[in-house]
Design a protein around this ligand. Structure first.
Ligand SMILES: [Zn+2]
Ligand SMILES: [Zn+2]
Length: 284
């Protein structure tokens, strides 16, 4: 069904629309063979709290951004290659319902749909795109994924020493290996986690020990994915700004309003391209 859309004008028009909504804050999205499969608002778990984000599912990438003006203007564009994505359904828990994890080697996070049906639709469409992509490329999905960060407000004290209370001065840090919220002294070590960055990243003491133990094991393949890094003094300050989740700030819009259902193209009879098509379209 997606194939039928590849050369359609409706698809080209939709992609141009997405591009124009991101304006100069986004990258060009029109590409040979790329199809916009669906779009809609999902709630993304950010570092501080859940926030509404606009998502666009293409047949090869997942794009999301902050909503500046609903349906008109988005910014803070993120592009995730679907080949790297693995989904994991989440159980409903209190106010967090209809959620799943989007995991990649470099970044993992939870998103929530408005209803169980919408969750099903989103997950099915994303899975289908991933499946098609991997079948075509013959590639294997990545085996390692970045940790999902524990939201700040779920940890009043350090999850490692279980002593340090977080305050304005005792800031929260995130272990890049396990996602725990930990204090400065408990995350004074750095490690190179290849999937995420070539630079050393903050890890908690427990992960640091585990990584070192793994590394010391004799049968490890020569291209180990991780490298320990000498610690810089107390580990205070330093990279704390790197702890910020980049898309976590300033929402100018409160996207509560009324909920729009997600739109998925090409999987029903009501596709609009039957109307105004050109000669090019009639070949399929
Ligand atoms: Zn601690
Ligand atoms: Zn850790």
């Amino acid at each position: 069904m997606v194939d039928r859309l590849v050369n359609s004008e409706a698809n080209a028009r939709r992609i141009a629309m997405v591009e124009s909504c991101f304006g100069s804050s986004g990258q060009p999205l029109a590409e040979q063979g790329r199809v916009l499969v669906g779009e809609g608002v999902l709630t993304k778990m950010c570092r501080k709290k859940p926030k509404a984000r606009q998502f666009f599912l293409f047949n090869d990438i997942l794009v999301y951004g902050n909503i500046v003006i609903n349906k008109k203007k988005y910014n803070k564009q993120h592009v995730i290659p679907l080949e790297e994505v693995k989904l994991e359904s989440l159980k409903d828990e209190g106010q967090y319902r209809n959620g799943w994890l989007i995991r990649t080697a470099s970044k993992s996070f939870a998103v929530y749909a408005a209803t169980a049906t919408e969750k099903e639709e989103w997950m099915a469409h994303i899975e289908k795109c991933i499946e098609d992509l991997l079948r075509k490329s013959g590639k294997q999905p990545p085996s390692e994924h970045a940790a999902v960060w524990v939201p700040d407000n779920e940890a009043a004290i350090c999850m490692h020493c279980k002593k340090t209370q977080f305050t304005v001065l005792n800031r929260r840090h995130h272990c890049r290996k396990c996602g725990s919220v930990v204090c400065g002294p408990c995350s004074s070590k750095r490690y190179i986690l290849r999937g995420q960055s070539d630079k050393p990243l903050r890890v908690c003491l427990q992960c640091y020990d585990e990584l070192n133990r793994e590394r010391a094991r004799p049968n490890l393949p020569p291209t180990a994915n991780t490298t320990p890094v000498k610690t810089d003094a107390a580990g205070s300050g330093g990279d704390s700004s790197a702890d910020e989740d980049s898309d976590d700030d300033d929402d100018r819009v409160n996207a509560e309003e009324k909920h729009d259902e997600p739109k998925f193209y090409g999987d029903s009879d009501k596709t609009e391209e039957t109307n105004n098509h050109s000669s090019k379209d009639s070949t399929k």
